[in-house]
Design a protein around this ligand. Structure first.
Ligand code: KIV
Ligand code: ZN
Length: 387
């Protein structure tokens, strides 16, 4: 397959793990990192090494455990953070330090009590310092979503000149609309010297308004070369961009001409692993990996899917590692679905028999959330027909 390759930067183990109550220990993180490597992510953000001894250790062990992906450690634009990240990454085959600072007026004033020029100086100093340890330095402009584009471009240009290889443009508060975020990336793509020759742009979107996926896609359409995301879209507050969603959007829309190195058949298994380890259940209607993502319960849809899966499915469940589509029997189901399910468990119904069983089925189904195979066996015992 050809197209522009988009780097998938997974931050499940750093931004994702910032979910309250979802802390993982080092062996659990290493297990997930190994799975992420098999999934085919380009970058694993393994943690924020200065944040705790446990996180430092996790970054060290992940750096030792994986070989293909770049292993990245987060740091603020602070020398001690950068030194600690470099130390944690010393076993990584391909280390990256991810450093940065807030660039919106609100961050500059309230977090740093500084001026715009002072922020540029600190950003440049941080990148130069990180560069003294590793070749690959990603810079994040925190709250870029609410940073004025002209100033943001100046920050980006200064850090690229200082050696940054990736420019992360986070919509930290999940505030941007897709067309605004896309326009921001386009503006930077067209106005920052060194884009694509020295550094690529990266999206990092939060989901406070449910727009993280749409914003990330607008970002890559407008020139970004990397998407930062998490498995199941986990992360602080409403979460981060969901890896499985952006990957499948690019795959299902080939005319976008954007490709990734992800082995899509692993999407469902890794979603389950992360959910289990973090004890964070996946909402049933979650796109791609939710329990209902390939389940059909209304009569019209079931009839269509039974005739041809593509009438109501845009993805073959097997492509994302899900065994099969589900025909769920409820009071909204029609005869076709009942006949289909009954056939699967051994009953071939004539038209008259189906009419009779269906009448009884509706009476039972009106009092239950879902009809299971045991209910169908029971129905067959109770109706007075020849099968
Ligand atoms: O959302 C954000 O701004 C971040 C940065 C620390 C990269 O997670
Ligand atoms: Zn974030």
């Amino acid at each position: 397959m050809s197209g522009r390759k988009i780097q998938i930067f997974d931050t499940t183990l750093r931004d994702g793990e910032q979910v309250p109550g979802c802390k993982l220990n080092t062996p659990e993180k290493v297990e997930i990192a190994r799975k992420l490597e098999r999934l085919g992510v380009d970058v694993i953000e393994a943690g924020f090494p200065i944040s705790s001894p446990g996180d430092f250790k996790s970054v060290v062990e992940i750096a030792k455990a994986v070989t293909d992906p770049i292993v990245c450690g987060l740091s603020r634009a602070v020398e001690k953070d950068i030194e600690t990240a470099a130390e944690a990454l010393k076993y990584a085959k391909r280390p990256r330090i991810h450093t940065g600072i807030g660039t919106s007026d609100s961050h500059i004033k309230h977090k740093f009590n500084a001026t715009r020029e002072q922020i540029i100086e600190r950003a440049v100093a941080a990148v130069k310092y990180a560069k003294s340890f590793v070749e690959d330095v990603e810079f994040y402009a925190e709250d870029a979503g609410r940073t004025d584009n002209e100033y943001l471009a100046r920050v980006c240009e200064a850090v690229v000149a200082a050696g940054a290889t990736v420019l992360n443009i986070p919509d930290t508060t999940g505030y941007c609309l897709p067309h605004e975020y896309g326009a921001k990336i386009k503006y930077l793509y067209e106005n920052v010297k060194g884009i694509d020759t020295k550094a690529i742009l990266s999206t990092h979107c939060h989901n406070d308004l449910g727009l993280a996926t749409a914003n990330s896609i607008e970002g890559v359409i407008n020139g970004a070369g990397q998407i930062e995301c998490t498995i199941n879209g986990i992360g602080e507050r409403a979460g981060n961009t969901s890896l499985e969603e952006v990957v499948m959007i690019m795959r299902q829309h080939p005319y976008l001409n954007l490709i990734t190195g992800i082995d899509c058949k692993m999407l469902y298994p890794i979603s389950q692993l992360v959910s289990e380890k973090m004890q964070m259940f996946v909402q049933p209607n979650k796109a791609i990996v939710g329990a209902n993502a390939f389940a059909h319960s209304s009569g019209i849809h079931q009839d269509g899917v039974i005739k041809n899966r593509e009438t109501y499915e845009i993805i073959d469940p097997a492509d994302v590692g899900v065994d099969q589509s589900l025909i769920v029997l409820t009071a909204r189901s029609g005869r076709a679905a009942l006949a289909y399910r009954a056939h699967k468990i051994g009953y071939t119904l004539t038209k008259d028999a189906l009419d009779e069983v269906y009448g009884q089925f509706l009476i039972v189904a009106d009092h239950k959330k879902e009809i299971h195979d045991t209910d169908i066996h029971e129905l067959m015992r109770n109706v007075n027909i020849e099968l």
